[in-house]
Design a protein around this ligand. Structure first.
Ligand code: BES
Ligand code: ZN
Length: 454
């Protein structure tokens, strides 16, 4: 493998320049005004894959395009999908970025820009590893298909039907995904579980227009207040979700898992400092790592009502809305949870307002047996690339499509994250560590060797 590794070492500077160009596309899947940017990004990506000698196409969907790029299929070789997403979260609030989100900048050994770590940089590492095999004429021991989508950050709707339609072409031994994290630069990790998610929006409608709060205030229920009152019922004093049945299907953590999570390096003081909060908050009886990795939650992602502009405006708003996502753990299902939550809000919504409940995207949690032979192969590759003993992680984020890889393709997913806890995914000043970028490429090189053995 030395020629392949040498190739990587020689070309780091160019890889970083390419990644800067990639991050330059404002591929924000949530915002319709970026539709053309999404396509341009997908086409650039496919052309780049072609230039490396991969057979690549852009597939149009009802939503954003999907890019497929593959090495030639050979009989008797194991076949792996490398999944990633070229869409990114909205960059707002823009004023909090030290440098513009779509003008990638390198400083302090990291590449800054929206999508640098989530997820452009992470799958770029795999692509560059494959380039190194191809350009040095080194035989790839497995067949690979890159599957890069543009809707991960909004629920992967188009990919779901694409998988079903293309299940033959995508049939594989396992899926490799680098879209999670590692606890520290020198602590590589295999993530064996992800939380699921269930999204909804709740709107309370009050008067038929914004009202003068002096003339009418006191005689009608302010929808913003009604929503706050309703949302305040969701958690009890112990930080538990008080919605009946919320925890009913939850698979408890085993003593072994709790021990494993305790072994992860964690300092409450450093954690508070990283997040800038005066104190931590969460479900009592669980450590912060358990709370964020292995327990279900109910989070308000957005809360909107009334006047948000400059100065003051004395109104009773006509409506108030909350955007909520709940994180799920095995064996909760989004459908059941959403039904329970809607019933809870219907029961407690006062008669003074009209409630509208809109369920959104969702997926169950994912779990892989860490003793699976391919998981063990991945652990060997991590050990080789990082020169350290890897840890097993559960993570709190969600990657909706991994459940369908299992259901539709019958394939397990190996989650080999390259994001650091302070990489600012979904926050201003997102970055990707360039040392980990290089390690990630080496990881990919070793991974195909280890996985090929079957
Ligand atoms: N890369 C994340 C998922 C992630 C991050 C998993 C950290 C584990 C640790 C992914 O891009 C993401 O943000 N997913 C969304 C999915 C949602 C929009 C359906 C998420 O988790 O919020
Ligand atoms: Zn994300």
């Amino acid at each position: 493998m030395q020629t392949v590794l040498d190739y990587l070492a020689r070309h780091q500077a160019r890889f970083v320049r390419e990644l800067m160009e990639y991050v330059g596309f404002p591929s924000v899947s949530a915002q319709t005004r970026h539709r053309a940017d999404m396509r341009a990004c997908a086409e650039w990506l496919a052309r780049h894959c072609q230039s490396l000698g991969l057979e690549a196409q852009v597939h149009s969907t009802e939503g954003h395009p999907i890019v497929l790029a593959r090495t030639p299929r050979r009989r008797g070789r194991r076949h792996f999908l490398v999944y990633g997403h070229y869409d990114v979260q909205p960059p707002e609030p823009l004023e909090l970025w030290a440098t513009p989100p779509f003008q990638a900048t390198v400083r302090n050994g990291a590449l800054y820009g929206r999508g640098a770590s989530d997820n452009k940089g992470q799958h770029w590492a795999h692509l560059k590893a494959v380039e190194a095999y191809l350009r040095t004429g080194t035989e790839l021991p497995c067949d690979l298909t890159f599957l890069l989508e543009g809707e991960e950050e909004v629920g992967s709707c188009s990919l779901s039907s694409f998988l079903r339609k293309n299940r033959r072409a995508l049939r594989c031994d396992a899926v490799v995904v680098s879209d999670t994290g590692l606890p520290a630069r020198d602590l590589p990790a295999l993530t064996y579980a992800l939380r699921g998610i269930a999204a909804f929006e709740i709107t309370l409608h009050g008067p038929n227009r914004d009202l003068h709060s002096g003339i009418f205030g006191g005689s009608v229920h302010n929808p913003a207040l009604a929503l706050c009152q309703l949302l305040a019922r969701v958690h009890d004093a112990k930080g538990r979700v008080a919605i009946p049945g919320f925890y009913k299907d939850v698979l408890p953590l085993t003593a072994g898992e709790r021990r494993q999570l305790q072994r992860l390096p964690f300092s409450a003081a450093a954690y508070k400092k990283l997040l800038g909060v005066p104190a931590l908050y969460g479900e009592s009886g669980y450590s912060p790592n358990e709370q964020r990795m292995a327990r279900p939650t109910f989070e308000i992602n957005g809360l909107t009502s009334g006047y948000q502009g400059e100065g003051s405006k004395t109104i009773i708003p006509a409506w108030a809305r909350a955007k909520v996502t709940m994180r799920l753990v095995p064996h909760q299902t989004p459908e059941k949870i959403l039904r329970r939550v809607e019933a809870f809000f219907r029961r407690h919504c006062p008669r003074t307002v009209r409630m509208e409940f809109r369920p959104g995207h969702g997926c169950p949690a994912y779990r892989l047996d860490p003793g699976h032979p391919d998981a063990r192969a991945a652990l060997r590759a991590l050990r080789r690339a990082f020169g350290r003993e890897p840890v097993l992680l559960r993570e709190g984020g969600s990657i909706p499509i991994v459940n369908e890889f299992k259901q539709v393709l019958g394939a397990e997913t190996l989650l080999l994250g390259l994001a650091l806890p302070d990489d600012n995914a979904h926050s201003p000043n997102e970055k990707f560590d360039l040392e980990i970028f290089a390690r990630g490429q080496q990881l990919s090189v070793w991974l195909w060797q280890e996985l090929a053995r079957g």
